[in-house]
Ligand binder design. Structure first.
Ligand code: PRP
Ligand code: URA
Length: 208
């Protein structure tokens, strides 16, 4: 599968296992989401463009680099919120633009309820953040929104994906790379990822 990047980092595997564990409580769950997000974002941003910049150390002037691209973080409410802090820690000058979508429990279709993007794009690359890529409906709809905004350099960062969600993204947006902690087996009859981790929003916010 081109453009799909499941992490092979041992720290990601270790933390993901604790995240999946049904006995992990919301405080620890949020901490793990934050940490895994930072590790995945580190991998996802390996191709960001830089421009040369000289810097004066206490000893000499030397050649360095600074980021060229303006980065936007786009968490999908609500579960994507927990991914912001870890990623933002790595790139504190990134802008954060929230998109509110929930998945209708009956139809599994995404319903948009929050979008305050300005008319003109203010960033050149967006990292869309959502822990779960299940049917892919929410991810596809959010990439649609971000592309309509005018940003075409997009990366999708998630904890766990089902094959169905990956397929939906590849059909709709084959240009968008997907960075993941794991690809799981399947969706169950109500659209949950198996083995997965349950409901990522409920487990973060203690609303199960
Ligand atoms: C979850 C998850 C994704 C979506 C994935 O959100 O965080 O946004 O489901 O499912 P899909 O790939 O089938 O669209 P949910 O709708 O539960 O909302 P929440 O984050 O507000 O709890
Ligand atoms: N949303 C979740 O939070 N978990 C799933 O397994 C699927 C969608």
């Amino acid at each position: 599968m081109s453009n799909i990047y499941p992490s092979t980092h041992p720290l990601v595997a270790h933390k993901l296992t604790r995240l999946r564990d049904k006995s992990t409580q919301p405080k620890k769950f949020r901490e793990l989401v934050r940490e895994i997000s930072a590790l995945l974002a580190y991998e996802a941003t390996a191709d960001l463009l830089v421009v040369p910049r000289q810097v004066e150390t206490p000893l000499a002037v030397t050649n360095g680099a600074e980021l060229k691209e303006k980065i936007g973080l786009v968490p999908i409410l609500r579960a994507g919120l927990g991914m912001v802090e870890g990623v933002w820690g790595l790139m504190p000058s990134a802008e954060v633009w929230h998109i509110g979508l929930y998945r209708d429990e009956e139809t599994l279709q995404p319903v948009e309820y929050y979008n305050k993007l300005p008319i003109e794009p203010t960033v050149s690359v967006c990292l869309i953040l959502d822990p779960m890529l299940a049917t892919g409906g929410s991810a596809v709809a959010t990439v649609d929104v971000v592309k309509r905004w005018g940003v075409n350099r997009i990366k999708f960062v998630a904890m766990i994906a089902a094959p169905e969600g990956i397929q939906a993204m590849q059909d709709a947006h084959p240009d968008v790379p997907i960075h993941l902690a794991a690809i799981d087996e399947r969706l169950n009859e109500v659209g949950y990822i198996v083995p997965g981790l349950g409901d990522a929003g409920d487990r973060q916010f203690g609303t199960a």
